[in-house]
Design a protein around this ligand. Structure first.
Ligand code: SAM
Length: 195
């Protein structure tokens, strides 16, 4: 994935912040029966973008850290008054992240993995499992896709089309048994236990 792309599109991405918050709220509420987030205290959101998911997780009582390599994405996240207690850090998940091992109960990456090449995803999984005491959650597409997703993913030039075929087996190979919960018709939480 081209990191500069997110610097360029940050202002447009930011226009969807409220919409994303509403959607992420519904997703987090919907998953509650299968994954009770109130049982956890801290979470790091890898590739947090403009911080919509961070905001929802914070409002649910978690202590939240968001990291992203795009300063313009982070600037939008940091300007939101409701995010002032969230720590936003500019960092790249393909390199060693500036936190000690097992600093967080959960690490989550929302719509980041499909944009990375397989080798890059493995670097990100390594950082996520290093930082997590309990769960690594990859929140991303499931096997269903719309024509719009086809267009966007071709433009983004990531590894979406391989990712979507191999994600479950790739994560099983890396983390062992995983749980997949479809959170809407086109997306899933791939939940990996690293306790
Ligand atoms: C499609 S956006 C998703 C943003 C946010 N997670 C959301 O759900 O709205 C992908 C994000 O991943 C970030 N990203 C790309 N490569 C990354 C990397 N190597 N490490 C961390 N974040 C990365 C981008 O800057 C961008 O903000």
């Amino acid at each position: 994935m081209c990191l500069e792309l997110f610097e360029i599109i940050a202002p447009v991405y930011g226009l969807f912040y409220e919409y994303q918050k509403k959607y992420y709220n519904t997703v987090v509420a919907g998953i509650q029966k299968e994954l009770d987030l109130s049982a956890y205290k801290s979470i790091i959101d890898i590739g947090c973008g403009t911080g919509a998911l961070c905001s929802v997780l914070h409002q649910r009582g978690l202590s939240v850290t968001g990291i992203d390599p795009s300063q313009r994405m982070l600037n939008i996240a940091m300007k939101k008054p409701e995010n002032k207690e969230i720590d936003f850090v500019r960092a790249n998940a393909l390199q060693k992240l500036p936190f000690a091992d097992r600093s967080f109960d959960i690490s989550i990456a929302s719509y980041v993995a499909h944009g990375l090449k397989e080798q890059e995803r493995k670097l990100m999984y390594a950082q996520m499992s290093r930082l997590s005491k309990q769960l690594v959650i990859i929140y991303d597409y499931n096997g269903n896709r719309s024509a719009f997703t086809n267009i966007i993913e071709r433009l983004e030039g990531g590894d979406y089309f391989n990712f979507i075929q191999n994600i479950k087996s790739e994560l099983e190979e890396y983390f062992g048994v995983i749980k997949v919960i479809d959170v809407d018709s086109r997306a899933a939480w791939y939940i990996c236990n690293c306790a």
